[in-house]
Write a protein that binds this ligand. Sequence first.
Ligand SMILES: [Zn+2]
Length: 560
Amino acid sequence: MSSRTDEAMIGVIAKSDQAAAVEEFFQLFKTPWEFYQPGRTYDVVVVTSDDVPEVDARLLVIYGANLRTIDARIGVAARARRRGGSLTYRSSQLPVYGELLTFEERDAAILRVSTTAEAAGLRIHGANITVMRLGYDLFDEVCYLLSTGQPPDNAHIPTLDVHITMLREWIVGAEITLLEIPAAPAGYSFAVSLTHDIDFGGMRSHLFDHTMWGFLYRSTIGAVRNLLRGRLSMSRLFQSWRAAASLPFVFVGWAKDFWEPFDWYLTVERNLPATYFVIPFKGRPGDKVAVPHPSRRAAAYDLADLAAGTTRLLREGCELAVHGIDAWHSVERGQEELKRVAGVNGKASIGIRMHWLLFDQKTFRVLEEAGFAYDSTVGYNETVGYRSGTTQVFRPLGARALLELPVHIQDGALFYPERLDLSESEAWKRCSSLIDHARECGGVLTTLWHDRSPGPERFWDNFYLRLVEALRLLDAWFATAGQVVGWFRKRREVSFERVEGSDGAAQTRLRYHGEEILPPLTVRVHRSSSTFVDIPWNGGTAIDVLRSAAPAATVVGSSL
Ligand SMILES: [Zn+2]
């Protein structure tokens, strides 16, 4: 089916090696665009190439650290050039990772270097055109974010989402009607994907191994230290000691296994579908593990030992996915790992997250070739936030079908003494700012809580409970990792095409040929910087973009 509108089409003139980054950027900022074609008229032209042609547009956005011939003509002069920097846009921070050019001061600096206040972005008003001149290359930044990713120090900044916000604000600020499909289902502000990595599979599998001795130490001496640091209550200290004392009875089966992985989560997450990443093979540490103590990476449980639990999870609407060992570097091993978990959950479409979050530049191609539908490894072990600078599901550069569900909040990163080592109130502040951003920009908030985290000696249960209850109160769409990725995949499949209207004016047509989109997408028409109209669209029926509410953006639906 298709629909058409008569709002802005963006023409993009990029460097020849930036096509993939451009395409991915406009999958995230889902708005009509095309590579610039001479002779066509555009309301907005975005340029990163060195040559800026004469364009007939209302808004020209020029990105790049090289001076262009047009700069002299519009009165832009260079001040200094450097590699990387931290900029301030309104109240947002914006790290730049590539080359950065600052400009001689003019009346309309819109973006400044945070430390020196030098102008790094200018707005220049011409007679019929507004020019935005930015001292960095947008698509080089996108490429960096989606491949290398942000250093942990900048994890808290949703850099890629800020880039999208800026471009959107400049377009609607120039009073250009803009159509987009926001990154959240109709009726929701954002999605939530609750996930769990099953690393341990219960205490019972750990008789006399490194994990058991570590637990004994941390639940006794470590617990006293945590009491003294104010991180553990007296009652939790006694609970720790009781758990340690109960160990022999746990191993012989007379006492409850306090690391039983599923019961607690199923209670706390009642009616919320979660995704459990399970290790497919027992006793395999994996190859090419270039971090200390690689042997500790081997799982002590076999998937078959968890059969009662995994059956129950599937009955409750949860998802089982692969917690990969060798899939990140070997197609053949990946296929083996996929097959083992597919045998348990009976699904054709399976996702993966690598154990210990191992990956390299080739991982996405390897996973795709092995047959995985999505990956959810891109995140941090040492902190929380946005490695790729976004809340959105994206396609890693170089992949064809595989999508990435980024991980944002991880229990161990928040609380381990050798990681962020936060108190609960400090951790709450970090999580709140991530939630606030998701509510504002959409996308998905992905949480990762490990199987043994609610029990002794970690006791990260109350914090998680509070987090889930807080999220329940918001207008979030809770879905499994696979469902969230599926929704974003359908959003990606919507395309915009430019057609000539009966009056000769350029119009945009929405195309989608897949299954019904549930929950529906939102087609949003920005009429000005302060008003927009939202129309829910499930991709299957013709829509008329509220003629009455948005007369300048009439969408006529027609079945193809
Ligand atoms: Zn793991």
